[in-house]
Design a binder for this molecule. Sequence first.
Ligand code: NAD
Length: 260
Amino acid sequence: MLDGKTALVTGSTSGIGLGIAKALAAKGADVVLSGLATEDEVEALKKELTDLYGVKVGFSGANLTDADAIEGMMGYVARDFGGVDILVNNAGVQHVGPIEDFPVARWDLIISLNLSAAFHTTRMAITGMKEKGWGRIINTASAHALVASPFKSAYVAAKHGIAGLTKVVALEGAQHGVRCNAICPGYVYTPLVEGQVADTAKARGISEEEVKRDVLLAAQPTKEFVTTEQIGDLAVFLCSDGGASMNGSIIQMDGGWTAQ
Ligand code: NAD
């Protein structure tokens, strides 16, 4: 289904990004992984995807808080893969703490990685997509693109921002075969959430088990974590012919969290 397409998935050395990269590779897309990982971890991932799916797999270790590094990554994908057909803006980090104590450096990092990086990759990828008359941009937003939680000022601001960016890009690409949508997962048990469990326990003065039960899954009516495979399936749908009229959609996959 995606033979001949190249997918660049940012933040795909673990968690949701890796789930999406695998799902797209399983449909025949060549994939460029990105993230902060050791050489051994990268080699293992490249081998796993190549062996499983028989597609070409690349990697960029660009620090996506740096616009010049993003330009380097986009240049590499253009040179080695002929450009990006499917761009998944997924890299993100979290910090949990009350706003009066929120470290300024963490605010800057989260806005830069979770929001500005998607602006940079999109502005550099969309011309090629328009020229080809086909492109798919998928932003990993969050339920926090739609609702807030206390102690997550930077994250909620960045995720609401990416929902807005998604809508603008959807309008600009609409008549050029380019589609842009945001996936809004509820809680997925990835390394990002593992870290958050510890931070939330500290911020709220409760145990980590209580955080999982009373804070995370309390918000999620299914009482189940969303899986990376489910998110990968949704990304595949958005790249399929059946998904071609999805544009500017902010799509919840949150077990009913934001229905409340
Ligand atoms: P994760 O920690 O498993 O993965 C984060 C990825 O981003 C990794 O590949 C990491 O190397 C990369 N990364 C981190 N800093 C980077 C930097 N400076 N430059 C380049 N790459 C960098 O996290 P995850 O849970 O899979 O989160 C992925 C996305 O999904 C994030 O945008 C997150 O906000 C969003 N999300 C996660 C959840 C959840 O419950 N896990 C829910 C909703 C949304």
